[in-house]
Write a protein that binds this ligand. Structure first.
Ligand code: ADP
Length: 251
């Protein structure tokens, strides 16, 4: 069975005021359909935004942000648990940080756990271990974390769900004539350095971290699909019928 990592970003899950339960409902519905054909691993953001709905700490301070993540992570997973229960899908939480991919034995331990979960039809839900990771060990965004997850845990494809239809030749929020690029097999060096520009207030990655994730996977012979998390039918059409209506395939 092919293995797919799906990463869902903060902008798809929250406006900062609350976690959108409907967004989690839609992703659960899609995952329920996709898991008939694929092994799925979910990487989710949203812990800080989730914590902020309960306690208004100053997100610009790193310790407060980590505290928010530690408040928000169980709340977020509780929401996932309730929703996935309707589809009889059991969830498991795995928190990882950069360091876990530096040590071969750590990576292998995590992979062994993932294998057991997947073979028992449990959905692994991964997030960065935000409340403890220090700056040097942090990915800081789940785009690069999910690329590591896809590569080290032997996935065939990484799907990044964003607030945008795919990768454009220029920022579509600034240029109305921006054109969607449907396939990209190589990321030019200068595209990996464009200004860090997350669109949403709570988003952390921006397009550059998605390109870095794509580049990491392309260099290792893997593929990535960037598409809109509000249009999951596009993801399902690609994965279940092989038809690409929108989105960008990297690799
Ligand atoms: P998420 O929270 O879903 O990870 P981000 O806001 O971090 O999403 O990143 C996606 C945003 O990157 C888009 O909404 C857009 O504002 C911005 N962006 C900048 N340049 C481009 C581009 N060339 N193609 C697509 N998006 C771009």
């Amino acid at each position: 069975m092919k293995r797919i990592v799906i990463k869902i970003g903060t902008s798809n899950l929250s406006d900062g005021e609350k976690i959108w339960i409907e967004a989690i409902e839609r992703i659960a519905q899609s995952i329920a359909r996709l898991s008939k054909k694929f092994e799925i691993i979910l990487v989710t953001s949203g812990a800080v935004a989730s914590g902020y709905t309960k306690l208004r700490l100053d997100k610009s301070k790193i310790a407060s942000k980590q505290a928010l993540a530690s408040i928000g992570q169980p709340l977020l997973l509780e929401t996932y648990r309730k929703v996935f229960e309707k589809y009889s899908i059991l969830n498991a939480q795995i928190l990882l940080c950069g360091h876990d991919f530096d040590s071969r034995s750590c990576t292998q331990n995590a992979k062994d756990t993932i294998e057991i979960l997947l073979s028992n039809k449990v959905l692994p839900i991964i997030n960065e271990n935000d409340s403890l990771a220090t700056a040097e060990l942090k990915f800081g965004d789940n785009d690069r974390l999910s690329a590591h997850v896809a590569y080290y845990f032997d996935a065939d494809l990484l799907v990044i769900l964003s607030d945008i239809d795919g990768y454009y030749d220029k920022n579509p929020h600034q240029y109305s004539d921006a054109k969607l690029i449907k396939t990209m097999s190589f990321i030019p060096e200068e595209n990996l350095k464009t200004n860090y520009d997350p669109h949403g207030h709570f988003a952390t990655g921006g397009i550059v971290t998605k390109l870095i994730a794509a580049d990491f996977l392309i260099q290792r012979g893997k593929r990535m699909f960037l598409c809109n998390g509000q249009k999951l039918e596009i993801l399902e059409r690609l994965l279940l019928e092989g038809i690409q209506e929108s989105g960008t395939i990297f690799g």
